[in-house]
Design a protein around this ligand. Structure first.
Ligand code: IMP
Ligand code: MG
Length: 194
């Protein structure tokens, strides 16, 4: 285990088993449909890479990078597109692949924006769903794991851009946070997130 990790919340084996399970569900639901997996950069990259290989259907992959504006303690829900999709989605069944849903603000904005582009359908798949009160309500169609309201890293998730390459989901040791930049504040800062 990495020295900065206090506890492994979800092991590599648990992640892989869940990916296989989700892949089967998604295959069943999208058989015969024009499926586009839309990954959010950067956090969802390991998840979408594994999940795409567990969905035994023809599909397309594309990515969006979005960043949230906010003050030091709260994200505003106003989102900027850093990288957009390559083409229109009006002939596609879009499945958004997210790493984690926290307040729900970022995803709420993204879903709003995508709906206006008239996809054939729009659903959401998130690896992690934090058990906390949502600022914005969103309906999630596929969930990997519900986790406690703790700051986690690994398998795509970062703290200050680090730990994304850990193969498991872990809880960061509090000693890693500096006094001025707790992760709660860090990940809601105006800097690029995801
Ligand atoms: P929200 O749902 O708009 O509050 O923001 C979700 C985004 O915040 C995610 O896509 C992550 O980039 C980031 N985030 C939220 N919780 C965590 C965490 O525990 N670890 C790492 N990033 C997180
Ligand atoms: Mg993200």
């Amino acid at each position: 285990m990495h020295q900065d990790i206090a506890e492994i919340l979800i092991s590599e084996q648990q992640l892989q088993a869940k990916v296989v399970e989700l892949g089967r569900l998604i295959k069943r639901d999208y058989e015969g449909k024009n499926l586009l997996l839309l990954g959010t950069l950067k956090g969802a990259v390991p998840f979408i890479a594994d999940l795409a290989r567990a969905i035994h259907l023809p599909l397309e992959l594309d990515y969006m990078a979005i960043s949230s504006y906010g003050n030091s303690t709260q994200s505003s829900g106003i989102v900027r597109i850093i990288k957009d999709l390559e083409g229109p989605i009006d002939q596609k069944h879009v499945l958004v692949i997210e790493d984690i849903i926290d307040s729900g603000q970022t995803l709420h904005y993204l879903v709003d924006l995508l709906r206006r582009r008239n996809p054939l359908s729009l659903r959401i798949c998130t690896l992690l769903d934090k058990e906390r009160e949502r600022v914005k309500q969103i309906e999630i169609d596929y969930t990997g794991f519900r986790i406690p309201d703790r700051f986690v890293v690994g398998y795509g998730l970062d703290y200050a851009q680090r730990y994304r390459n850990l193969p498991y989901i872990g809880i960061l040791k509090p000693s890693v946070y500096s006094e001025t930049a707790e992760p709660e504040k860090e990940h809601q800062s105006p800097a690029e997130r995801g």
